[in-house]
Design a binder for this molecule. Sequence first.
Ligand code: GLP
Length: 246
Amino acid sequence: MKIIHATDYEDMSRKAANLIAAQVTLKPNCVLGLATGSTPIGTYKGLVAKYEAGDLDFSEVSSYNLDEYRGLTGDDPQSYRYFMNDNLFDHVNIDKSRTFVPDGSNMDAEANCAAYDGLVGAAGYPDLQLLGIGNNGHIGFNEPDDHFSCGTHCVDLTESTIEANSRLFDRIEDVPRQAYTMGTQTIMFARQILVLANGEKKAQAVHDMCFGPIAPSCPASILQLHPNVVVIADDEALALCKDKLA
Ligand code: GLP
């Protein structure tokens, strides 16, 4: 794991946008694995700015998102499909028919997840997978468990994730209780993984991801076994790693 220390959120976002831009420049028809949440918003802004400046061309890129709330349609402002359109896809020249997010409106979990795995597999898996990390160490919506997950599946969200994500909803009761998520194994198939983390709430998860035992109680810890992971984290998120990085 390569750990890059960013001073703050803006620095983290700028560094991440630069790495993703390099990927798209080096391989214009690359497959990007994309993430939602507050963490990557600044990175997406940076990518939009590069596109507007004429420095980036998304016309041949395809993308696969990690996860989606089960039961939400893509036009629901709380859905991750809406988030991606709003924060990135609507502002760059990506062909939206090549942007994929698990279909939250399909309540047939088994068929829906198998179809999504088929799509990601047929695309050859992401060249670069962008990840945030949950306060509890989740990646995508792969929550702490007694085993690591494999392919795309339907999960029951933990109370701590529902609580953390409720800040984006009017009421905590409105947060969906389930989600579809790419599995841990699918995430590990990406050729490069870029994890972003900022803020003190992520400090324990970042420590356990990088230096804890590899255990499904911290799903992100499996990334220690991936040969090409870059973590970009700010001061606060690296607070518990200081002695290890010195
Ligand atoms: C969410 C998403 C994750 C995201 C994480 C952190 O629940 N499913 O993909 O990385 O939690 O979110 P945030 O960036 O808002 O802290």
